[in-house]
Design a protein around this ligand. Structure first.
Ligand code: 13P
Length: 253
């Protein structure tokens, strides 16, 4: 059975002290997750170790990095390698967020290299995909997302692909307060799963968790997560408020 996942993306927010307080409050309020549910916190690099310490001993709660570089090591001032993340015990990395694609020009090919290196070091990528408003209005979102998947992921083996988590995040819904409707989310998630089924077979496709991201809030998470192909969410703004994120985690199937 595929995992149901509430993933927090703090982006470039919070001081260390605010982050500590947030995790304290979440841990205090969070019910124990069941075997099939995960909560993952993608925190800024300087807070990775703090977050691991706060979540130590909490069942199915993990820390993720928000990015990594595509090279193993070397003269790349300011970058963070997968080996560094592995050496401090990080198991998840968010890759291909639309903000990185837009502001840092990350291409599908560049992301494929990052995916490869993560898998080499046994780190699970949370791979983000999703279209802009312009593409949605032109009704070419399926082709666009298919290209993202094909160019970044479809060189992988079935065994490798089953280690990846997908996050579908329509750009027009990120930070706008405007979510995709339940139907729009389900339709795209089913389309994404179908792409995996065609390439890797139904059994593999059915094991891949596909999260929805884009204005997931305490008051809409339950309905979105109830869609059959939605396996949880990647949450920005609402993940910065302890009670909201706990409510979102409690909305997992
Ligand atoms: P919001 O939940 O703030 O819309 O952000 C979504 C997102 O980008 C998560 O990665």
């Amino acid at each position: 059975m595929r995992k149901q996942i509430a993933a927090a993306n703090w982006k470039m927010n919070l001081t260390l002290q605010q982050g500590e307080q947030l995790l304290n409050d979440i841990v205090a309020a969070q019910n124990t997750l069941n075997d099939n549910q995960l909560a993952i916190f993608a925190v800024p690099f300087p807070y990775l170790t703090m977050a691991q310490q706060k979540l130590n001993g909490q069942k199915n709660m993990f820390v993720a990095a928000q990015n990594c570089y595509n090279k193993k090591n070397g003269a790349y001032t300011g970058e963070v390698s997968v080996e560094m993340l592995q050496s401090i015990g990080i198991q998840y990395v968010v890759l291909g967020h639309s903000e990185r694609r837009e502001y840092f020009n990350e291409s599908n090919q560049f992301l494929a290299e990052k995916i490869n290196i993560c898998l080499e070091y046994n780190i699970t990528p949370i791979f983000c995909c999703g279209e802009s408003l312009q593409i949605r209005e032109a009704n070419t979102q399926n082709e666009f997302v298919r290209k993202q998947l094909t160019e970044s992921l479809f060189h992988l083996s079935a065994e490798q692909i089953s280690k990846i988590i997908i996050a579908y995040e329509p750009i027009w819904a990120i930070g706008t307060g405007k979510t995709a409707s339940n139907e729009q989310a389900q339709e795209m998630h089913a389309f994404i799963r179908q792409q995996f089924a065609e390439k890797y077979g139904e059994t593999t496709a059915n094991e891949i968790s596909i999260l929805y991201g884009g204005s997931v809030k305490a008051n809409n998470a339950k309905d979105i997560f109830a869609q059959p192909d939605v396996d949880g969410g990647l949450v920005g703004g609402a993940s910065l408020i302890a009670t909201d994120f706990v409510t979102i985690t409690n909305a997992l199937k």
